[in-house]
Ligand binder design. Structure first.
Ligand SMILES: *Cc1c(COP(=O)(O)O)cnc(C)c1O
Ligand SMILES: [Zn+2]
Length: 422
């Protein structure tokens, strides 16, 4: 059953066999990396075998994932991933960039990046025959778990802060989860979820805590890898490839730090397979009011000191990030950095992206706000090829979206009334 060798602790480096542990390192609580059987994969597969697969979803990378083929042919769970990358020439011009793209994760089945993690965790839960899967969530992780689990008839329990945006809570309920709203923060919900999982024998999906979340999120890196190969081909054809251009720089928003760590892991897997020559630069973006990982990065340490998080971007509002150590390394080991942005810049970014047809929730727009600031700081610019990831849909948080725009006027249904305002 096991398609992987085991787990390695990201802190002490101790390795565990697949059956030995389920969540974090028993010695120090460190997040566990799934260790793939790289030699076996290399013997069996060439990059061409992967990129020629026909599945238009993250399941095209099944040979590089630590689970077996999920049951059911055409369920929403089978549709997670394989999100589009759009070129943004008008925004590029505005920012004096030559190459700017956006990968739109809002097009996942439940409208956020979290579907990648939940698709893997639900598949793992089926494999180990756990009846009930539980997670703490600021909203999206829960919606993704609820949706993916509903797709295959699995039961879920979701703990979310009672302040979660309504659309996200609606998703949880409509997908048939047992939803429990906690009178407290996401962090308090997180700790309660672990206690509940231990008490009732539920399988816990908590972000970072469950190693399979990272394995799902790494699939975005595989997609970026494939897209980048194609982008190069297109440049070659046009004869405009800058042979010695800077490496790709990826901007992604960061809360718990699991997405950025997952993207890093995906590229590290490709590197260890010998399928890429080097890693892209990865730049994490946090809200100023929720910047525990950025603080650690800029202090030059890996120990994450908790903050008291306040930001409009609820999906990245985290007191104590649960994947902070790996998230610091994702930037440090790729020549990247961390950028922090103000809520007002995040709101501005929602409007900017909207004008080119992208509807982002605050946490998604934060990545673009980070790019704008990074250019101002001289971190990137000019020729640098840049990919921004929009992690979630604007429909998730309509109240925040409305703060980014002026309200529409209300008029009498007459031409006279209209003439007064146009
Ligand atoms: C969860 C989430 C993030 C941050 O991911 P982490 O793994 O918590 O760093 C960013 N944007 C959106 C929309 C999310 O739902
Ligand atoms: Zn350890």
């Amino acid at each position: 059953m096991n398609k992987f060798n085991g787990y390695r602790c990201s802190i002490c480096g101790v390795e565990y066999l697949p059956g030995q542990v389920t969540y974090t390192c028993p010695r120090d609580g460190g997040n566990l990396d799934v260790v793939l059987d790289v030699d076996a994969i290399k013997k069996k597969f060439q990059p061409e075998d992967i990129v020629s697969r026909t599945e238009a979803s993250l399941w095209r990378y099944l040979p590089l994932l630590p689970v077996n083929e999920p049951a059911g042919d055409s369920t929403p769970l089978r549709a997670a991933g394989w999100t589009p990358v759009f070129a943004l020439p008008r925004l590029a011009e505005k920012l004096h960039l030559k190459h700017l793209w956006l990968k739109d994760e809002s097009r996942n089945p439940t409208a956020s990046f979290k579907d990648r993690a939940s698709a893997l965790v639900v598949t793992r839960a089926c494999e180990i025959k756990s009846e009930i899967v539980v997670t703490a969530s600021t909203g999206n992780a829960g919606a993704a778990l609820a949706g993916m689990a509903a797709a295959v008839g699995q039961k879920t329990v979701i703990f979310a802060p009672k302040t979660a945006p309504q659309a996200k809570v609606a998703q949880l309920l409509v997908f048939g989860s047992r939803v429990i709203l906690v009178n407290g923060t996401y962090d308090e919900a997180f700790d309660l979820t672990i206690k509940a999982a231990n008490e009732f024998g539920w399988y816990c999906r908590n972000t970072g805590y469950n190693p399979f979340t990272l394995e799902g999120k790494k699939t975005a890196a595989f997609e970026i890898w494939e897209w980048w190969i194609e982008a190069h081909r297109a440049w070659h054809k046009k004869g405009s490839l800058l042979e010695n251009h800077a490496p790709l720089t990826i901007f992604v928003s960061v809360g718990d730090g699991n997405i950025i760590s997952g993207i890093h892991k995906g590229f590290k897997d490709l590197l260890s397979l010998g399928w890429i020559p080097n890693l892209p630069r990865i730049i994490g973006v946090q809200a100023e009011g929720s910047a525990a990982i950025a603080n650690a990065f800029h202090t030059g340490v890996e120990t994450i000191a908790p903050v008291s998080a306040t930001t409009i971007a609820d999906s990245i509002s985290v007191d104590l990030p649960r994947d902070g150590v790996r998230a610091v390394r994702a930037a440090r080991q790729t020549d990247g950095t961390y950028i922090t942005v103000k809520d007002e810049d995040i709101i501005k970014a929602i409007a900017e992206l909207g004008k080119v047809g992208i509807f982002a929730e605050p946490a998604g727009a934060a990545a673009y706000a980070g790019l704008v600031k990074a250019i101002r700081l001289g971190v990137v610019g000019g020729d640098d090829p840049i990919l921004v990831i929009n992690t979630g849909s604007g429909l998730k948080d309509v109240r925040a979206a409305l703060q980014a725009v002026s309200p529409a006027p209300i008029i009498e249904p007459t031409l006279e009334a209209l003439k007064k305002i146009v």
